[in-house]
Design a protein around this ligand. Structure first.
Ligand code: SAM
Length: 199
């Protein structure tokens, strides 16, 4: 797991490039959320500094930003305090070790799956974190042969991911590429998909 890397990066994670990408990701999520979410619980798993999810928090009854990196969550906590954000909580969590008690109606996993070695295992744990009928939103890179790094997956194949989601007990509802860019993934051109599945 890349936890230590993110502990070291936390205080300079929010670069203009990452902010711009977070806006693109957030717009895609918004477009795919139903209208009525204000009684729903939202968990951003591997939410890091809350770049994607903090501006979405006012749509939900409660928002939880969970992450395995304490330093990333410290940055999020500062944003919550300075922004006087209500009903937004952080929790140190690594599903590969423990399952938190909190469950989600909407569960976001943005640019996290690529950092977790056992995809099938983490998808099963993510399914456990959902309330019945809850939806999992995965944002990640499409398979990219130009990327080669010992600690990250070089993206995901759609059909393989759908199969793994089904094995985790989730029904895939949508899986679509929504963004392409230069220098997007380890300095390579790359594209991002959104996968939505339901428990
Ligand atoms: C590339 S950052 C993405 C942050 C945020 N989701 C976003 O889109 O801006 C990956 C995040 O996943 C977290 N992470 C990696 N492995 C994890 C695990 N097993 N459990 C929880 N968080 C994890 C890292 O600490 C980091 O904050």
């Amino acid at each position: 797991m890349s936890e230590n890397v993110f502990n070291q990066m936390a205080n300079h994670y929010d670069t203009p490039d990452r902010l711009a990408l977070a806006e693109i990701i957030r717009a895609e999520i918004r477009q795919n959320l139903p209208k009525e979410t204000n009684q729903k619980v939202f968990i951003d798993y591997g939410g890091g500094t809350g770049l994607v999810s903090l501006p979405l928090a006012n749509l939900f009854k409660e928002t939880w930003i969970m992450d395995a990196s304490e330093a990333m969550l410290t940055v999020t906590d500062q944003k919550i305090t300075h922004g006087h954000l209500r009903d937004v909580y952080t929790q140190l969590a690594d599903l590969t070790n423990d399952l938190p008690n909190q469950k989600a109606d909407f569960l976001l996993v943005s640019l996290v799956l690529l950092h977790i070695p056992d995809t099938k295992l983490i998808l099963k744990k993510l399914a456990d974190l959902l309330n019945p009928g809850g939806q999992l939103f995965i944002i990640d890179f499409n398979k990219n042969e130009a990327v080669n790094h010992p600690k990250v997956h070089n993206g995901f194949e759609h059909e393989e991911l759908k199969q793994s989601l089904a094995e985790a007990g989730l029904t895939p509802l949508k899986l679509e590429t929504f963004h392409e860019g230069e220098n997007l993934f380890m300095k390579q051109p790359a594209s991002l998909f959104l996968a939505i599945s339901q428990k």
